[in-house]
Design a protein around this ligand. Structure first.
Ligand code: DC
Length: 224
């Protein structure tokens, strides 16, 4: 059977994961957060004391890597590293920067490519990341490039951290977001960019419900 796939790419903090998860729920598809997979590799590097930007240290770690993705009873994706649930640990601030670093290493990308493609052979998926429409699923049924102004993304992130009771500073968050955008857009392999046949959705002026509505109508146009 031919499985359906929706590819959602875009920069950090555009609301991809929340929107992709809710879209997947509405469609009854599997939600795959590929950033979480890169984050798990980054956590492995940090735990091994390896510089996440150094291929000579990171690539050898791939060989013994036991990464698994699962779903909790709440339907939320969980990441397991050697059987340990690292879903919380991969969200730490230091892991975000490290994930952006390890994801620039070509061997890391090719190692994870087949894993991601296999999931789409087995399920209808909504998959989000940076290179899903361009590299991982060039034949996706629907491709969406989701973005928002850096300031809007930083504001949302600030709110999220405040709601979790974590101290945060707007200027620091904005600087981190811009730095990560730059790294993700300028790496030589599979950089973040809009696929030619992707629809652009800018959520700067939209709230979550409005963004979800816009996403749903884009998907319905293509899939039905
Ligand atoms: O979406 P995220 O913030 O969890 O992703 C973490 C990092 O992983 C991001 O800075 C770039 C990288 N990434 C990638 O290179 N390709 C993907 N498909 C997903 C994430």
């Amino acid at each position: 059977m031919n499985h359906k796939s929706v590819a959602i790419d875009g920069p950090a903090g555009a609301g991809k994961s929340t929107l992709a998860r809710r879209l997947a729920e509405k469609l009854g598809y599997l939600y795959v957060d590929t950033g979480a997979i890169y984050r798990t590799v980054a956590l492995t590097a940090l735990r091994a004391g390896a510089d996440p930007a150094d291929p000579a240290r990171v690539v050898p770690l791939l060989e013994g890597l036991d990464i698994r993705m699962g779903y909790g009873e709440d339907g939320v994706q969980r990441m397991y590293l050697g059987g340990e649930d690292v879903s919380q640990a991969i969200r730490e601030h230091r892991v975000s920067g490290a994930a952006s670093r390890v994801s620039a290493i070509p061997e890391v990308r090719s190692f994870l490519l087949e894993y991601q493609r296999r999931l789409t052979r087995e399920h209808d998926v909504v998959m989000d990341g940076r290179d899903i429409g361009t590299v991982v699923l060039p034949n996706a049924d629907v491709k969406i490039f989701l973005t928002a102004a850096p300031e809007a993304r930083a504001r949302r992130r600030l709110l999220e951290l405040e709601q979790r009771g974590e101290a945060a500073d707007f200027e620091n968050i904005l600087r981190d977001i811009k730095e990560r955008d730059y790294q993700d857009e300028h790496r030589p392999v599979a950089p973040l960019k809009q696929a030619e046949d992707a629809a652009l959705l800018d959520t700067t002026a939209l709230n979550l419900d409005q963004s979800l509505e816009a996403l749903l109508s884009l998907v319905k146009e293509k899939v039905e």
